[in-house]
Design a protein around this ligand. Structure first.
Ligand code: VGL
Ligand code: ZN
Length: 194
């Protein structure tokens, strides 16, 4: 039985920004490959939210010697720079809402719900299920999904419409397991389109 999308469902597109694309400051392998699928999914939903990582130039997570494994990163997604722009092929005209996160120096926010009005906004729209796609599976997708589930939305991650940092290798699959253990549904686009 395919999942059918209803007016009580929202699609959350996480951080599909240039710096997370291959060649970007914090490039995620295959990040650009999922753009066409995300665009296809966007057409199915009536409520569509885009999150973006939106850091000040001196954000506390930035390091000249980033390890990637201790939450230190190369400078990325600095407000109003090209790297912070959404991928040019992404259908951003379909966005009902754009959520900016980690917008102050000291604040790190991997979740689109952290210090944003997203929870209230979705509740006001009568949303019951949240479907999540985008980058990166093991960071912002994971933390957004855990928060969505914790808030009480029935939460789905569309696995083949995400890509992970996966550093060290194996971390991504472990974080997918963490989501599953929290009761989040890990699904594939074929479960919707079939
Ligand atoms: C992210 C690392 C640092 C993400 C954001 O969007 O997954 N990862 N900032
Ligand atoms: Zn960031």
């Amino acid at each position: 039985m395919p999942l059918s999308i209803t007016p009580h469902d929202a699609l959350l597109v996480v951080d599909m920004q240039n710096d997370f694309m291959p060649g970007g400051a914090l490039g995620v392998t295959g990040g650009d490959e999922i753009v066409p699928l995300v665009n296809q999914l966007l057409e199915l939903f009536q409520i569509r939210v885009f999150s973006r990582d939106w850091h000040p130039a001196n954000h506390s997570s930035f390091s000249d010697n980033p390890t990637f494994t201790d939450n230190s990163w190369p400078a990325h997604c600095v407000q109003d720079t090209a790297g912070a722009q959404f991928h040019q092929d992404l259908k951003t005209d379909l966005a009902d809402k754009i959520v900016s996160k980690a917008t102050t120096v000291e604040q790190e926010a991997y979740s689109a719900f952290q210090n944003t009005d997203l929870e209230n906004w979705l509740q006001q729209k009568g949303i019951q299920r949240v479907f999540i796609v985008g980058l990166a599976t093991d960071y912002c997708v994971k933390f957004s999904a855990l928060d969505a589930q914790e808030i009480g939305f029935d939460t789905y991650v569309i696995r083949n419409a995400t890509r992970g940092v996966d550093n060290p290798p194996g971390n991504e699959i472990q974080q997918v397991q963490t989501m599953e253990n929290a009761g989040i549904h890990i699904i594939y686009s074929k479960n919707i389109f079939e």
